[in-house]
Ligand binder design. Structure first.
Ligand code: NAI
Ligand code: CS2
Length: 487
């Protein structure tokens, strides 16, 4: 079967939406760091809409900071790929033409810095995962002893990290008399714009105080809330797409119909007409971000660890079980009370829409995918609402169960005894407490201050609730425990 490429676009069925602009005429307005499934199904779709509206400034140059895989997948396809949104039997496929090329940073960091420093580049966006920022998850402080960051602290001629690349490119722009670009984090980090800005300023200040002051005065790092569920693509997805469109697209992404992007209205220089593209611009993103991180992502993490322990493969299967749904609703009752919802967000309606999204059986979103990198995710999803509740004297039974499920997942065995690898940058510290008593395991994990802020870790009610939940998870198993509590 033929591979998708510029030459084979004409063979696509008429049902596939495709670019209405001349790809040869677009400029590169965006450099994206961390080209993965989420960028391809979320921000790139917005740039595609801008191009389709005739604003040809918003072509995207993607960059991988790690492997060449994504470049090698896209190059034979002339950087074309499809996005398929599915919900139940409904399916819609769109061909994306916005991506113009992919650079692999470790192969040639200077080429990437030059692209970021080009006069046409107005936006640098990031989806490098929570761990890609090289920040302490609990405090947001720079991880100065990380090997790559330590290299960028020594010299920035061959930057290795996202903050390093940004500082090197901003230095070049300043030397060339250009404005900075707007730097937009699209990762699920709390205060993502502020954290990235602090990291960039700290690194810049280490090398050149004047550069730091220039970025401080002239740069823009808007906060964002990003939302679209984009599970990793699997072989079965490739085969299903192939059967539907009659071409091979190895770079495809699958997602849900829903998509939301809220950006703090703080830019330097040019940007697309975001409002016309359905992006919400606001003075204050934090209330949106808290609601999304605590309700959507908090529930996701609870589902990932309890579901993973119980041998439930997919999110939709977890919420199809009444006890699973009951757990999510109970978690939301606790977390929702910690929010100050933004005007325009109806929390009960949001929750009911979320339950519908979790139930989307066409997505096959793996609990194991979400279980990855828990140390980087727990603070904003589960620990922040737990601390707020404890400080107000409120109960945290369901939040504690979700946190204890993460603790049990670190033991590396599910409830059937099957082994799994704990995929987490802090796994050397979190994993393998299987031989400890529940008391000892909780104490060991609470002592990791990169995850648990001392004010939370030292709260006696937290420790008691976690030991209780972990003991029950060990003795009963996740499935029986949620059946007993939430069915
Ligand atoms: P992915 O695995 O498809 O892509 C991840 C990208 O991050 C790849 O380019 C990878 O090379 C890069 N990366 C990973 N570790 C890195 C590190 N230590 N340093 C630099 N780059 C690194 O994952 P996907 O689905 O694109 O998600 C990426 C991030 O996007 C998530 O961690 C999350 O913060 C955000 N996001 C994802 C959503 C989703 O449903 N997939 C939805 C909302 C946000
Ligand atoms: C998920 C998120 O993998 C995870 O940790 O919770 O990527 C989730 O799919 C997105 O935030 C949805 O917007």
């Amino acid at each position: 079967m033929t591979r998708l490429s510029q030459a084979s676009v004409g063979d696509l069925p008429a049902s596939v939406a495709r670019p209405n602009y001349d790809r040869g005429a677009i400029r590169t307005g965006v450099v994206h760091l961390g080209l993965g499934a989420f960028h391809k199904a979320h921000q790139a779709v917005t740039y595609e809409a801008a191009l389709n509206r005739g604003d040809l400034r918003w072509g995207v140059l993607g960059a991988s900071l790690r492997s060449a895989g994504v470049r090698d997948q896209l190059a034979p396809q002339d950087n074309l790929y499809t996005v398929t949104a599915r919900d139940g039997d409904a399916v819609h496929t769109q061909l994306i033409g916005a991506l113009q090329g992919v650079l692999v940073a470790p192969e040639d960091p200077a080429a990437l810095v030059a692209a970021m420093a080009a006069a046409d580049t107005h936006l640098v966006t990031l989806t490098v995962t929570e761990k890609g920022y090289k920040l302490d998850p609990a405090t947001g402080a720079l991880l100065r002893d990380d090997a790559d960051l330590a290299a960028d602290l020594r010299a920035l001629d061959q930057p290795r990290t996202a903050p390093g690349l940004i500082v090197a490119a901003l230095a070049r722009r300043r030397a060339a008399g250009l404005d900075p670009f707007t730097t937009i984090s699209c990762d699920n980090l709390p205060h993502n714009g502020r954290r990235l800005r602090d990291a960039v300023l700290a690194l810049a200040g280490h090398h050149d105080q004047d550069l730091r002051d220039w970025i401080d005065a002239r740069g823009a790092f808007p906060e964002t809330m990003v939302d679209r569920i984009v599970p990793a693509t699997e072989d079965a997805d490739l085969a299903a797409l192939q059967a539907r469109i009659g071409l091979i697209d190895r770079a495809m992404v699958k997602t849900e119909p829903f998509s939301q992007w809220v950006i703090e209205d703080r830019f330097v220089g040019q940007r697309p007409d975001f409002a016309a593209l359905g992006v919400q611009l606001t003075a204050s993103v934090a209330p949106w971000e808290d609601a999304k991180l605590r309700l959507l992502n908090g529930a996701h993490s609870g589902i990932a660890y309890l579901g993973g322990l119980a041998g439930i493969e997919f999110v939709h299967q977890f919420v199809a079980v009444p006890a699973g749904r009951g757990f999510v609703e109970a978690l939301w009752r606790e977390s929702a009370e910690t929010l100050s919802p933004p005007p325009g967000l109806d929390v009960p309606a949001y929750q009911s829409a979320l339950m519908g999204r979790f139930s989307n059986s066409a997505l096959n979103h793996r609990t194991r995918q979400i279980a990855m990198d828990g140390s980087q995710k727990l603070p904003q999803r589960l620990l922040a609402p737990a601390l707020m509740r404890l400080e107000r004297g409120q109960s945290i039974d369901t939040l504690a169960l979700a946190i204890a499920a993460w603790m049990r997942w670190q033991e590396g065995r599910d409830d059937t005894g099957a082994a799994h690898v704990v995929d987490d940058p802090l796994a050397a510290r979190t994993a393998g407490s299987v031989d400890l008593t529940a008391d000892e395991a909780v104490a060991k994990l609470l002592a990791i201050d990169a995850i648990f802020p001392p004010r939370l870790a030292e709260h006696p009610a937290l420790r008691t609730a976690l030991v209780d939940a972990l003991s029950h998870l060990r003795s009963k198993g996740a499935r029986a425990l949620i059946e007993a509590r939430f069915a």
